[in-house]
Structure formats: structure tokens, C-alpha cells
Design a binder for this molecule. Structure first.
Ligand code: 26Q
Length: 768
């Protein structure tokens, strides 16, 4: 019997079988297995700085990586326990969406490839809020993700770091989580910092004021790592947000420098040979001036410190939206981190000199200002200027950075720019979440794909194999049944028909992601069905999952619209067997693991040039769904890999949108098309009910009125979207041919492994 099994059995004997206890027991048993290998490497270390790590549920993936997941299942069976019990354990939702999930996939890939890469971030007390619907409206509650304990973290009290803000000082206490590479040979670390007060309570002080004051100090200290900001777009310029950024950036740097000095003393000349720091968006960019401060306070000159920073740091951009590019007011910055501001000024002064040397002076310097004349600090500019590498996250996105968003910088430093198309870990997003498909693949080509996804190409041999294609269709049906069961239990008895087409859109809720366009298409289908002018329509189930930032009014209105569309459609017996719409509550990583394997159609419908990459699109592709998508982000590369024959690509391209941009009049489209009019009018004619809030009228107006109506071109792409969606519906009837498309997507998805992405970062940016 394996060592793990006997340990687990010994631990289980005589123990009460509460989920909590079992969770701790299983996790601790696994932790014993990694003690000997955790963090032993002495190679150059990549430090991945990120305000978010959306790791999800780690118990199953860790056991899988250690090769003991089956052992655990066996022991549980023997003891009459349900191995699915841990589905009650909360996800570690320490991230909003794509950017945070990417960080988690990267950690998995680096560890699996035996690279030394540690994550550095924040141990939020509360992760991304939990969502439920009340009368179709989103409601939020706190996400107490450690409710069942946190057996995967080790608190390293002795390695605490002092952080000084303008108004307070706090401890940063590191909590280390193991990042277990597949096979268990490499175990890296995810180090998350928790803020705590410098002084505990002073119980000898009975004076009520002192007592209350010490409470306030304690709360203010703990508030810094208190909660994840639920915004994933607009930069609100909030003080606490900047505090969070400085808190984890400074703690991470100080802990790295401590480590470095233990070996090299204060000779920093070798620093960039030993460490690379990757900035996940600009959120940790305050680390750059902080790094200068820490080195210069230890006797390094500005020129030397800047050069070391330049060689150490690299920056990844995740957005083209102007409103998401971080800027901080100097006054706010000085309030939060007064000791750091002088180093920002030094960077700005060096920049001014560099520009001057290149003959760029006066007003021509405007687009470069790190500290602009309005006293705002541009974090993106600092990140490009003070690092040796800036990368985008998909080919199209990188082109937009080079020739639009950061064109001035690209003109100065073309050699700094590169593309690193995102990826996903096949360990979680196939092996773990879709065991039936994983089995199908392994039966045919072996299990090498788990660490070398390019091997999926060998599945091409089966694209003419009818037995294989039917088997694949069966697997999809099985996954739909599993999802149906799960949805039924989670969404108060909602029934799904596994023999309908599952068309799924899951992602954060944003106007630019155009969930509303999807809703409009469903309404159009509904009306056409009612009119009897849609013959041979194959039954469809539309599934949505999305959280809206709590302060994002229009996003929340869109959730209500979709829930109203669901009401309208689902209670109409005329379309009962043909059309169903479900918006699942509290979409998160674990829900994604159920939804994605059950999809026939993956909705990726942002207007061209708005979605930096997308990674959900890759997960669906890998699991054998066809993409119904635009020429945007990584969809472009998906279509390139799998071909337009196996996907449904529609809508305007970037160049087309650029051309019509200034003369776009959605009103004309509304007036010219009765179909569009009927659908849009549901917002204001009483068909859909916004409970008297006026929200639907606002949405309607945002599409047709005001100075920049329909800024995400829903109406422009509507006809093309409808036509393509209905084409997919017709094609589905040829089950064998559709199954072939699905297989072709899976067999073409190799390039979208985050192993490939990490290999590129390692070779081109980190020089490992
Ligand atoms: C910034 C300032 C203040 C508060 C919050 C923020 C903030 C937080 C999170 C801004 C942005 C984010 C997250 C962005 C994000 O998830 N971007 C996505 O990154 C993915 C991985 O590269 C891409 O695939 C997606 O296209 C991109 O939208």
C-alpha cells in the first residue's frame, strides 16, 4: 500500500467525519509528502508579482500533482466517504478574473516544468464576493474563503517584514502555499502577505480611550489585506488600493533582498542574474521606485540601482482600455508612501534627460511624462521605461500596444516589446475537470499530453474515425448530464435538457464583453420561433455565468436583463422544449470546471480590439467546443490554429471598426432593421421588467442616444452574429461532422498550454 494511503488511513481512524476535519487531514497528509522537496532549488528565481492569484480549489489539483488523487478516492470509498465532499470547501478566489487566473496557471506550469518561480501577492481576508440573485438582481456577500481552515498555508512568523506608510506602520506576515508541479518533483511557493498591527493590545491600559484607539489601530492595520477590490477595469484611484499595492510590493522586495544579502551581502551587481521580477500588469509597479529606495539606502548609486532594476524587472500589459491604465495623484501617492515619491521623481528626471538626448523636448515629451503636469503618476509609463521588457498577451493585443496605446514608447524602445500569447494549464482545464475526455485522449495517444500538450496533434488521426467521433459526442452528453445535475442542485431545481445544444458565455460582466448582445440574439431567436419563421431550429440551452463589479451600474442592469429574458423564455410553454436560458449564480473557478466540459458552443463576442486575449476561449477549445467569436484577442489565434471551418467567426475587424468609428450611427441601424428594433424595444415597452428602477431605459439610451452611443458596437455586429449563430445551430444536426469540429479544436489546442507561454517568458524575458 502506498505511503500516502497508509498515512491517510491512520489519520482517518477514530476521527470524526466533518468536511472540515477531513479537509485538514487530507491536506496535511499531502503536505508531509512534499517537505523534502519544497523550495530546495538554488537556480535563478523568477518572482511573479501579482495583486491577484485566482487559484480556485487546490485540494484536488494538489493531490493530482502528487499522484495520490486516486489513492484518496480509494481510501474514502473504503471508509464510506464521498470524495466529492471537498466541493463544499471554498475556492480561493483571490482574484477577479482572467489576470488572476493566468497567474495561477503560470505557477502550475513553471513548477511542472521544474522552473524556479515563486508567486508574491496578498493574502486577502475576503476574496471576490459571493453572488446570488434576488428578483433577478445581483446581491453580494462576503467570501470567507478560509472558513474550512487553510491547511495548505504555512505562516512564517519569523520572516515578517515591517512596512511604513505615511500614516501607519504594519507587519507583513508571509503565508506560504506550496505550488506543486505535476509529478511532485518541483515544489515552488506562493507567498501571500497578511497585514497585522505592530503592537498588540495593551491590556494594562484600562482607560477607555486608549483601548478604543488600539482597536482602531488594529482595524486599520488589518484593513490593508482585508478585501480584494472587486473592480477589474476602472482605476478608481482609491487610497486603500494603493496601500495594498505598496504593501505587497515592498514586503516582497524586502524579503527577496534579505534572501539575496544572506548569500551576497550588499554587493548587488549579481542581483539580476539571481532574480527576475515579472509585474502582472501595473498593480505592483510601485515596486520599481521602492527597489531603488531600498538599494540606495544601502549605498548603491542611482545610476547603478536603475540599471539593476532595468535588468531585473519586466512588465506585462493586460488591457488596452484607457480607463484601466493606472494613474495615481501625487498627493495620494505621497500620503501613502512618502518615502518612495522622491525615487519616482528621480526616474522622471532621468527620463527627461534621456528624451533630451534623443532630441525629444518640450511638448513632444508630453506622452512620456511619468509625473505629468496635472500631478498624476502614470504607472504604465513607469513600467515601460524602467523595465527591459513589455509584453502583450495575444498577437493582436501586442500589435495594438505597439501601434496605438504605447506607440510613442514603441518608437523609442522597439526592442523591449514582445508578444506572449496567454495559455492555460491542461492539468486543471482538462485532466482534472474533464476525466472522460482525458481518458479518451490517453487511450489513443498515451498520457504524454499532460506535460506536453502539442501531442494532442496526434488526435488528428481520429478525425475520420466514426467510432471515435461518436464516443466523443457521448462524452459531451455525459458532461452535460453532470452539469445538469449540478445546476439543478445549485439553482433551485432548474432543469437542463442534455440533448439540446449547450451555448455558454462565462466571464466577468462588462459592457465590452457584450453579454447584452448575446441576450439580444436569444430574444431574436425567441421572437422568430414564436412567429414560426425559424424552421428546423435545434433546441438550445443558453448558459451565462458572470459577476459584475458591485459599483458597475450598467453591468448589473445587464444581469437583470438576462434574468428577465430567462423568465420570459422559460415560462413560455410555446418554446419550452426548444429554448432555455439560465444565468447561474456565483460563477467561479469551480463552476467553470463543470461548465466548460459541457459546452458545445463557446461565446467569445467582444468587439475586435477590446479583449486583450481571453483565456476562457482556450479552455473551451481544449474541451472540444466550437468558438462563436469575433476577430479579437486570442480568438484570432484560435481560428488560425483550428481553422475557420471548425469555428464560427463573425463581425467587424479592428480595421473596419477603426474606419467607421467617427461616423457610427447606431440609430440608423435601429431604424432600418425591424428585427433589431423589436429586440431593443423590449427594454422599454414593458416586455422586460426592471422593477421600476429605470435601469433598462438607461441601457436603451446608452445604445441609441448620448454623445457616444453603442460604444461597443452591438448593433453593428448584430446581423452577422445572428447569421453565424443560426449557422452553428443548423450545422449541429450533422452530429458526426460537428463532433469532428470539436475534436479538431481539441487536437489544435496544444499551443494554448501555459507551459508554452512560460517557456517563451523563460527564454525571451527571464533568460533562464
Ligand atoms: C486596477 C486599479 C484599481 C482597481 C482594480 C484594478 C484592476 C484589477 C484587475 C484592473 C484590472 C484587473 C484585471 C484585468 C484582467 O483580468 N484582464 C484580463 O487579463 C487576461 C489575462 O491576460 C486577458 O486574457 C483578458 O483579455 C483581460 O481582460
Amino acid at each position: 500500500m502506498s505511503n500516502f494511503k497508509s498515512l491517510l488511513e491512520a489519520a482517518l481512524r477514530g476521527q470524526e467525519n466533518h468536511v472540515c476535519d477531513l479537509y485538514v487531514t487530507v491536506s496535511q497528509t499531502a503536505m508531509k509528502k512534499i517537505e523534502a522537496v519544497w523550495g530546495i532549488s538554488s537556480a535563478k528565481k523568477v518572482c511573479y508579482f501579482s495583486a491577484e492569484f485566482l487559484v480556485g480549489r487546490v485540494v484536488y489539483s494538489n493531490l493530482q500533482a502528487l499522484g495520490v488523487l486516486e489513492d484518496m478516492r480509494e481510501v474514502f470509498r473504503k471508509y464510506g466517504l464521498d470524495a466529492n465532499l471537498f466541493e463544499d470547501v471554498e475556492d480561493a478566489a483571490l482574484g477577479n478574473g482572467g489576470l488572476g487566473r493566468l497567474a495561477a496557471c503560470f505557477l502550475d506550469s513553471a513548477a511542472t516544468m521544474g522552473l524556479r518561480m515563486d508567486g508574491y501577492g496578498i493574502r486577502y481576508r475576503y476574496g471576490l464576493f459571493k453572488q446570488h440573485f434576488h428578483e433577478g438582481f445581483q446581491r453580494e456577500t462576503a467570501d470567507d474563503w478560509t472558513r474550512f481552515g487553510d491547511p495548505w498555508s504555512i505562516r512564517r512568523e519569523k520572516e515578517r517584514i515591517q512596512i511604513n506608510f505615511g500614516d501607519q506602520s504594519v507587519w507583513a506576515i508571509p503565508y506560504d502555499m506550496p505550488v506543486i508541479g505535476y509529478g511532485g518533483k518541483t515544489v515552488n511557493t506562493l507567498r501571500l502577505w497578511q497585514s497585522e498591527p505592530m503592537n498588540g493590545f495593551n491590556f494594562s491600559e484600562f482607560d477607555e480611550h486608549t483601548y478604543n484607539d488600539s482597536y482602531a489601530v488594529r482595524n486599520a492595520a488589518e484593513a490593508i489585506s482585508g478585501v480584494l477590490y472587486p473592480n477589474d477595469d476602472t482605476d478608481e484611484g482609491k487610497r486603500l488600493r494603493l496601500k495594498q499595492q505598496y504593501f505587497f510590493a515592498s514586503a516582497s522586495l524586502q524579503s527577496m533582498l534579505r534572501e539575496y544579502r544572506a548569500v551576497n551581502g550588499s554587493d548587488y551587481s549579481k542581483f539580476s542574474e539571481r532574480y527576475a521580477i515579472q509585474l502582472n500588469d501595473t498593480h505592483p509597479t510601485v515596486a520599481i521606485p521602492e527597489f531603488l529606495r531600498l538599494l540606495m539606502e544601502d549605498g548603491v548609486s542611482f545610476e547603478d540601482a536603475f540599471s539593476i532594476a532595468l535588468h531585473t524587472f519586466a512588465y506585462t500589459n493586460h488591457t488596452v482600455m484607457a480607463e484601466a491604465l493606472e494613474k495615481w495623484d501625487v498627493s495620494l501617492f505621497c500620503f501613502v508612501a512618502p518615502a518612495v515619491y522622491p525615487y519616482v521623481v528621480m526616474i522622471q528626471n532621468k527620463l527627461t534627460q534621456d528624451l533630451h538626448n534623443r532630441g525629444i523636448n518640450g511638448a513632444d515629451q508630453m506622452p512620456y511624462y511619468i509625473v505629468d503636469p496635472d500631478q498624476r503618476i502614470h504607472m504604465t509609463r513607469m513600467a515601460v521605461y524602467a523595465t527591459h521588457s513589455t509584453n502583450g498577451v495575444a498577437a493582436l493585443h501586442t500589435e495594438i500596444l505597439k501601434h496605438d496605446v504605447l506607440k510613442e514608447w514603441h518608437a523609442l524602445y522597439p526592442e523591449r516589446f514582445s508578444n506572449k500569447t496567454n495559455g492555460i494549464t491542461q492539468r486543471r482545464w482538462l485532466s482534472l475537470c474533464n476525466p472522460k475526455l482525458a481518458g479518451f485522449i490517453t487511450e489513443r495517444i498515451g498520457d504524454g499530453w499532460i506535460t506536453d500538450l502539442d501531442q494532442l496533434e496526434r488526435l488528428r488521426d481520429y478525425e475520420r474515425d466514426h467510432d471515435a467521433l461518436w464516443e466523443l459526442a457521448d462524452i459531451k452528453r455525459h458532461n452535460k448530464l453532470c452539469l445538469a445535475e449540478y445546476v439543478c442542485s445549485r439553482e433551485h431545481g432548474v432543469k437542463l435538457n442534455p440533448d439540446s445544444i449547450f451555448d455558454i458565455q462565462v466571464k466577468r460582466l462588462h459592457e465590452y464583453k457584450r453579454q447584452l448582445l448575446n441576450a439580444f440574439s436569444i430574444l431574436d431567436i425567441y421572437f422568430q420561433l414564436k412567429d414560426g419563421c425559424l424552421s428546423d431550429f435545434y433546441p438550445m440551452t443558453f448558459l451565462f455565468g458572470a459577476k459584475a463589479a458591485p459599483g458597475y451600474r450598467r453591468a448589473k442592469a445587464i444581469i437583470k436583463v438576462i434574468n428577465e429574458v430567462a423568465e420570459l423564455v422559460n415560462r413560455d410553454s410555446a418554446v419550452m422544449d426548444t429554448l432555455k436560458v439560465v444565468f447561474v449564480q456565483n460563477y467561479n473557478v469551480s463552476y467553470a470546471e463543470k461548465l466548460i466540459p459541457a459546452a458545445d458552443i463557446s461565446e467569445q463576442i467582444s468587439p475586435a480590439g477590446t479583449e486583450a486575449s481571453g483565456t476562457g476561449n482556450m479552455k473551451f477549445m481544449l474541451n472540444g467546443a466550437v468558438t462563436l467569436g469575433t476577430y479579437d484577442g486570442a480568438n484570432v489565434e484560435i481560428a488560425q490554429q483550428a481553422g475557420h471551418e471548425s469555428n464560427y467567426i463573425f463581425g467587424s475587424r479592428v480595421e473596419q471598426i477603426r474606419e467607421i468609428k467617427d461616423s457610427y450611427h447606431p440609430r440608423g441601424l435601429y431604424e432600418a432593421s425591424p428585427g433589431i428594433r423589436r429586440v431593443l424595444d423590449t427594454l422599454i415597452d414593458g416586455t422586460l421588467n426592471d422593477n421600476g428602477t429605470g435601469l433598462f431605459r438607461e441601457l436603451f439610451d446608452s445604445l441609441l442616444h448620448g454623445h457616444n452611443p453603442d460604444q461597443y458596437y452591438l448593433l453593428l455586429d448584430f446581423e452577422s452574429y445572428m447569421a453565424t449563430k443560426l449557422q452553428a445551430n443548423r450545422d449541429y444536426r450533422d452530429r458526426l461532422e460537428f463532433s469532428r469540429k470539436c475534436l479538431h479544436n481539441t487536437s489544435s489546442a496544444g499551443i494554448f498550454s501555459s507551459d508554452r507561454t512560460i517557456r517563451e517568458y523563460a527564454a525571451d524575458i527571464w533568460h533562464l
